[in-house]
Design a protein around this ligand. Structure first.
Ligand code: PEP
Length: 251
C-alpha cells in the first residue's frame, strides 16, 4: 500500500509574507490528512520562515533543487547539508525547468540524487519527455533512459527515500494534461523499469507522482489510476484553496 504524496511546487513565486500567509491558510483548511503525505516545495528564501510556520503540522518542507557538493566555492549554490539544516525533508531533483534553463544533465541529476540521499534528504526525482519526443514515439524510451541514468548507483534500500515524478514537459504549465490512461501507461512503464533494476517488491513500494497541469478538476481521475501515487503541482498549488482540494482528492 503506497501512501499518496501531494506536493506543491511554488517555483519562483512567493515573498516571505505570501509564503507565511499561505501556510496559515493551508493549515487552517488541512483537516485530517492521515494516510496522505503533504509536501511544500518552496523557494530557498522562504524555507526558514516556513519551517516555523509549519512546525508541529503534518506538512513536510522541501526545496526545489540542490547542488551536489556539501560545501565549498560554489557561488549561488545550496547544499544538501544546508537544506536538512533548515528543516527540509525533501528536495525536487531533475525538474524539467532545471534541465532546460540551468543545464542539469542526466549525469548532474544523478550526482545530486546521490548527494541528497547521502545527507538524509529525500528526493522527488522528476523525469519526462518533450512534445517532439512524444510525437516521435520516443516518450517511453526517453523516460526509461532518464530513470536509469538518474538512479545509477542508487541501491534498492535507498529507493525507500526516493519518489519519482513523471512530468511530461508539454503538460507543465500549459493546461494540457496527459490523459489519465496515457499517464497510467507511462507510470506502469516506469514501475516495470524499477522492477528490472531493483525487483518487483521494491518497485511496488516506490511512489510515482504525476505532474503537469494537475488541477482540482482533474486530480480525482488521475489519482484513480493504479500506478499514480501522488501529484507534483505547480500553478494550482499557488492558491491554498486549490492546493487543498488537490490534497483532499477523492479516488
Ligand atoms: C511543476 O512545476 O512541476 C508542474 C507540474 O507545474 P504545473 O502544475 O503548473 O503544470
Amino acid at each position: 500500500m503506497r501512501t499518496p504524496i501531494l506536493a506543491a511546487n511554488w517555483k519562483m513565486y512567493k515573498t516571505l509574507g505570501e509564503a507565511e500567509a499561505f501556510a496559515g491558510e493551508l493549515l487552517a483548511g488541512l483537516g485530517d490528512v492521515s494516510g496522505r503525505e503533504v509536501v511544500l516545495c518552496a523557494p530557498y528564501t522562504a524555507l526558514d520562515r516556513l519551517r516555523g510556520a509549519l512546525a508541529g503540522s503534518p506538512v513536510a518542507l522541501a526545496a526545489q533543487d540542490v547542488f551536489y557538493e556539501e560545501q565549498g566555492a560554489y557561488t549561488g549554490a545550496i547544499s544538501p547539508l544546508m537544506l536538512t539544516d533548515v528543516g527540509c525533508a525533501y528536495t525536487i531533483i531533475g525538474h524539467s525547468e532545471r534541465r532546460q534553463y540551468f543545464g542539469d544533465t542526466d549525469e548532474i541529476v544523478n550526482r545530486k540524487v546521490h548527494a541528497a540521499l547521502k545527507h538524509g534528504l529525500k528526493v522527488i526525482l522528476a523525469i519526462g519527455e518533450s512534445k517532439p519526443q512524444r510525437d516521435a514515439g520516443q516518450a517511453g524510451a526517453v523516460v526509461v533512459a532518464q530513470v536509469r541514468a538518474a538512479l545509477a548507483g542508487v541501491s534498492g534500500a535507498q529507493m525507500a527515500e526516493l519518489v519519482l515524478a513523471y512530468e511530461p514537459i508539454w503538460a507543465i504549465g500549459t493546461g494540457d494534461t496527459a490523459t489519465p490512461a496515457d499517464a497510467q501507461q507511462m507510470h506502469a512503464t516506469i514501475r516495470a523499469t524499477l522492477a528490472e533494476l531493483y525487483g518487483q517488491a521494491t518497485a511496488d513500494a516506490v511512489r510515482i507522482q504525476y505532474g503537469g497541469s494537475v488541477k482540482p478538476d482533474n486530480v480525482d481521475e488521475l489519482m484513480a489510476q493504479a500506478d499514480i501515487d501522488g501529484a507534483l503541482v505547480g500553478g494550482a498549488s499557488l492558491k491554498p484553496e486549490s492546493f487543498l482540494r488537490i490534497v483532499h482528492f477523492q479516488a
